[in-house]
Design a protein around this ligand. Structure first.
Ligand code: ZN
Ligand code: ZN
Length: 155
């Protein structure tokens, strides 16, 4: 199974998506396939509301979509992040299982746009005598500022 990276716009076919879900230990239901496909299609992490809006007409209600998002997260196909506004956003997991830090996110404080940053965009350094928290796994880094569109609009 080819690894698909967000940013590369390759969306695997249904058979491949189903196989990914099965390999992760879940039944490849139509709902999970639709949600996993959506996560391949989007450019940035999506909220449950955004996922629901995009899956209108799929026959799934909001609760089912949420359950599928959390199922895919539980088995490691997706990750969810709270980017400081207490809203979970879901996206594909990239090959970062082995790293301490998940890839950082940029959050525009003006329009709320969210973008994934490369893993090496932000480096954390655990200094001697500093908090050990920086050495623990599962750290999340968020960068807040003004996105390109908002910066352009203010000129
Ligand atoms: Zn913005
Ligand atoms: Zn991301």
């Amino acid at each position: 199974v080819a690894k698909t990276v967000p940013g590369a716009r390759d969306v695997p076919d249904v058979g491949t998506l189903k196989e990914m879900i099965r390999e992760a230990g879940l039944k490849g239901t139509a709902g999970r396939i639709a949600v996993l496909k959506l996560l391949h299609e989007v450019r940035s992490p999506v909220t449950h509301a955004e996922a629901s809006a995009r899956l209108t007409g799929s026959g799934m209600d909001h609760a089912t979509i949420y359950r599928n998002l959390t199922d895919l997260t539980a088995v490691g196909l997706a990750v969810r992040s709270d980017l400081g506004d207490r809203v979970w956003r879901f996206e594909l997991r990239r090959g970062e299982r082995e790293h301490n830090v998940k890839h950082p996110h940029f959050h525009c404080s003006a329009c709320g746009a969210v973008a994934c940053l490369p893993e090496n965009a932000v480096t954390l350094k655990a200094t001697a005598g500093g908090p050990k928290a920086l050495r623990r796994k599962g750290l999340a880094v968020q960068v807040t500022g003004t996105c390109d569109d908002c910066a352009a609009a203010s000129h």
